[in-house]
Design a binder for this molecule. Structure first.
Ligand code: AMP
Ligand code: ZN
Length: 140
């Protein structure tokens, strides 16, 4: 896609710091990393987000994910790693070519704060059954 920054990275028309590529995927350093080793993995095919991702693109993308995660872990020995994918502006997506963030985690001050305000008391078993049925009805 001609005006997509990650398509331009994949085709080499704008620079990136490459980690890995194969026939289907390209991995490179995030230019504004949260932590040391913050890497992005993208499909070479332009896909806007997870909602629009064909199964074969998903298969090929995730097939490469453990290789990237293990290389980062071997390089820097983080205490953990978050993989994050934002879909849609409301969810924080700013580049509309699917990308999976690999964010190695070092300590409490590394800059990534993930807080889950769970609402378990609202989601009784009855509610969960209804919600699950609504989702199942939309699988295709
Ligand atoms: P998101 O908010 O999930 O869409 O993440 C987009 C990410 O792309 C951000 O973390 C940016 O720092 C990163 N980014 C944007 N432009 C570039 C670029 N030219 N090279 C590397 N990373 C980039
Ligand atoms: Zn693209």
């Amino acid at each position: 896609m001609s005006d997509c920054i990650f398509c331009k990275i994949v085709d080499g028309s704008i620079p990136s710091t490459k980690i890995y590529e194969d026939e289907n995927v390209y991995a490179f350093m995030d230019v504004a990393p949260l932590t040391k080793g913050h890497t992005l993995l993208v499909p070479k095919q332009h896909v806007k987000d997870l909602f629009e991702m064909p199964e074969d693109v998903a298969r090929n993308l995730y097939a490469a994910a453990p290789k990237i995660a293990n290389a980062i872990r071997s390089a820097f020995n983080p205490q953990g790693m978050n993989t994050v994918n934002n879909n849609g502006s409301f969810a924080g997506q700013t580049v509309f070519h699917y990308h999976l963030h690999f964010i190695p985690r070092y300590d409490e001050t590394d800059g990534l704060k993930i807080k889950w305000d769970t609402k378990q008391s609202e989601f009784t078993n009855d509610v969960l059954q209804t919600v699950a049925e609504q989702i199942r009805a939309n699988l295709n």
